[in-house]
Write a protein that binds this ligand. Sequence first.
Ligand SMILES: Cc1cc2nc3c(=O)[nH]c(=O)nc-3n(C[C@H](O)[C@H](O)[C@H](O)COP(=O)(O)O)c2cc1C
Length: 193
Amino acid sequence: MADTPFALFDTWFAEACATEPNDSNAMALATADARGRPSVRMVLLKGHGPDGFVFYTNRESRKGGEMTANPHAALLFHWKSLRRQIRIEGALTLATDAESDAYFATRHRDSQLGAWASDQSRPLDRRETFEARFEAAQARFAGGDVPRPPHWGGYRVTPERIEFWQDRAHRLHERRLFLPDGAGGWREGLLYP
Ligand SMILES: Cc1cc2nc3c(=O)[nH]c(=O)nc-3n(C[C@H](O)[C@H](O)[C@H](O)COP(=O)(O)O)c2cc1C
């Protein structure tokens, strides 16, 4: 048995990266508004380790508003052909500016310009409005690097609960639940399928 959920996550994630043809780092991100009403959407995992699981987005999006109002999230990976899921729940914090800058700098220039052009989650009157904003961003940053927009950045989910689910024959699925042990480590238990 893996000592920590992070070692087991690394193993499963590496297997998913090797076998899933598309977006093996895609995960569902569930948030809830101030009244506790949930919403969920896919995002891409861009960093992970014992300090948490990191993704990037527009902080003025619907999810951004919800994460400000209620800084807790649940993440779900489902790798269909491996017949596995991982559930992660925990508190949300902002990634540092340095982290967000470093990741933004690795993005394709068009994605960088798109981050300036997009008003994620806000209705646009027409597709042309977005295209005009994209062209305006192109002109604004012509000939230079595209800086990270102030409304765009990362979030980190610091896990408080991680569960690994593996499909087994005859519906005898294996569920391994990891919880903090209160002393800086993790304790593990099996759950009923
Ligand atoms: C596979 C996949 C990966 C995605 N990755 C991201 C991502 O990393 N960041 C992001 O902001 N949106 C991502 N999206 C788009 C979101 O699912 C969503 O449409 C968008 O962020 C707006 O969500 P909101 O209105 O709940 O804020 C992805 C969509 C898919 C299908």
